[in-house]
Design a protein around this ligand. Structure first.
Ligand code: SF4
Length: 410
């Protein structure tokens, strides 16, 4: 039975070629064809001798997913529903940053335009340039140029150069059944293979005609429950041979699986860690997320500190704002204390209703603009590094699991 070639690391591909008495550089050539030239057919691998292209074709598939449905939001968000080879479906969401959305809508005020140029300039101050290692600089120049065909370059308008984040899935469905999440209602089918994780990135870039700047593992599933494949995918994506993205531009999100947070810290991969907090005490957290019955906030805090000590990377806390449940003054105080243990930021995500799901009976309501403003302002007063994440793609069901849910019975 054919395997997915993108499941293989370069060493595993070298082992494959070794069996055919081929030199190691064959594996590097294949990686280049797959990840730089993005071929979708072995016959197009012109750097590989014809008889070996045939051997590869007999043993492997190149693509692990196909585009099933794509929805574009008025705010620039694109939601992909991909079909896997066994017919299962997963979601990925492409989220342009706030500035790009504004560009796309051509609705920027003069003040916003001024702020953007100044910010962009600041982003590349001498300090930032100095912080870049030589490898980073090389990556930004030669590799980027090599990767881009002339067509790609034309497609890269000014707006394309801004931040483009892809939210990727790590599992088909999820076992954890958080009460505010559509994916939880889908049940769990299986873990994604390494190739299926990587292909979300390659297909999103191809379909949308953009170059990704960031990946966040915040789509369907709990990434740390599929950690081996997630780590392998990240290693391939960020390998010196491919240089698709630096690990620092990749974020792994978790509900707080402490053993796996430590394992990720020990892996040596310096990826960013995001923790879905959503409550500031164990009792409320248990009501929102059944997984919280298995772990205390104290234990999660210890694991986060371990992660920070190992990676020296700031931690991100995700906090879905649920008015009447987690937005009291006590929450502000406790959240401030929790998030000051190590350098961090808090993303406030206003709750986006999933009431369309039959049987969901969620008791939550969406916060008003005033409720959002009050909570974030109070956090700022406490010195919390807080950001408001607007609900991207509300008009296209872009919250986690919503599109897959709507397709479940179709
Ligand atoms: S929020 Fe994440 S961990 Fe919770 S059910 Fe949804 S996909 Fe699973």
């Amino acid at each position: 039975m054919k395997k997915l070639i993108k499941n293989l690391s370069i060493v595993e591909l070298q082992d494959f070629f070794y069996e055919y008495s081929q030199p190691k550089y064959r594996a590097e050539q294949v990686f280049k064809e797959l990840y730089l030239n993005r071929v979708s057919d072995f016959s197009a691998m012109t750097t590989i001798p014809k008889d070996f292209r045939e051997i590869l074709d007999t043993n492997f598939h190149i693509n692990s997913i196909t585009e099933y449905q794509t929805q574009k939001s008025a705010d620039g968000t694109i939601k992909f529903l991909f079909q896997l080879r066994d017919g299962q479906k997963i979601e990925s969401v492409l989220i342009p940053d706030e500035r790009r959305k504004s560009f796309d809508k051509l609705k920027m005020t003069e003040t916003e335009k001024l702020r953007m140029t100044e910010t962009d300039k600041l982003r590349m101050t001498e300090t930032v340039k100095l912080r870049m290692t030589e490898t980073d600089k090389l990556r930004m120049t030669e590799t980027d140029k090599l990767r881009m065909t002339e067509t790609d370059k034309l497609k890269m308008t000014e707006t394309n150069k801004l931040r483009m984040t892809l939210c990727v899935s790590s599992q088909v469905g999820c076992t954890l059944n958080c009460t505010f999440c559509a994916t939880g209602k889908l049940g769990f089918k299986r873990n994604l293979e390494t190739a299926e994780i990587i292909d979300q990135m390659l297909f999103a870039e191809k379909v949308a005609g953009v170059k990704l700047s960031n990946i966040v593992f915040m789509g369907m599933g709990e990434p740390t429950y599929n950690l081996a494949n997630v780590i392998k995918a990240i290693k391939i994506i960020s390998s010196p041979n491919n240089q698709l993205l630096s690990p620092k531009r990749i974020t792994v999100s978790t509900v707080g699986v402490v053993k796996k947070i430590r394992e990720l810290a020990d892996s040596g991969l310096k990826v960013k860690l995001a923790v879905s907090l959503h409550a500031t005490n164990d009792l409320i957290r248990q009501q929102l997320m059944p997984y919280a019955e298995r772990v205390t906030l104290k234990a999660i805090g210890d694991a986060i500190e371990y992660y920070y000590r190992k990676t020296k990377l700031d931690i991100t806390y995700e906090y879905i704002l649920l008015p009447g449940i987690n937005n009291t003054d006590n929450d502000v105080k406790r959240l401030s204390k929790i998030t000051k243990r190590v350098p961090s930021k808090v993303n406030i995500i206003p709750y986006h209703s999933i009431s369309f799901i039959e049987g969901s009976n969620t008791p939550y309501k969406e916060p008003t603009k005033d409720e959002i403003k009050t909570f974030t302002e109070k956090l700022k007063v406490e010195g919390v590094n807080v950001f408001l994440r607007t609900s991207s793609g509300k008009d296209i069901d872009a919250a986690c699991g919503q599109l897959a849910y709507s397709q479940r019975n179709s």
